[in-house]
Ligand binder design. Structure first.
Ligand SMILES: [Zn+2]
Length: 69
């Protein structure tokens, strides 16, 4: 279980990218995060309004391999 994960997101609404500590990540068919995510511009955003940047995807991949060690 990953206790703390800072991922790089892009907000689909304002196109800004930002780092956010999502807390625990649950790996499944769809990723789910412990914390609600706040865009630096829009405030609270739904997961569907976000996408992982290339960096964020790399971070998730690394955390996934870390979690299955
Ligand atoms: Zn935004």
């Amino acid at each position: 279980m990953i206790e703390l994960a800072i991922l790089n997101f892009k907000c689909k609404k304002c196109r800004k990218t930002f780092d956010f500590n999502v807390g625990k990540i649950t790996f499944g068919n769809k990723l789910s995060f412990e914390n609600r995510i706040f865009c630096i511009k829009c405030g609270l955003v739904e997961i569907d309004d976000l996408e992982l940047t290339e960096l964020g995807q790399t971070q998730v991949t690394e955390l996934y391999f870390e979690s299955i060690k």
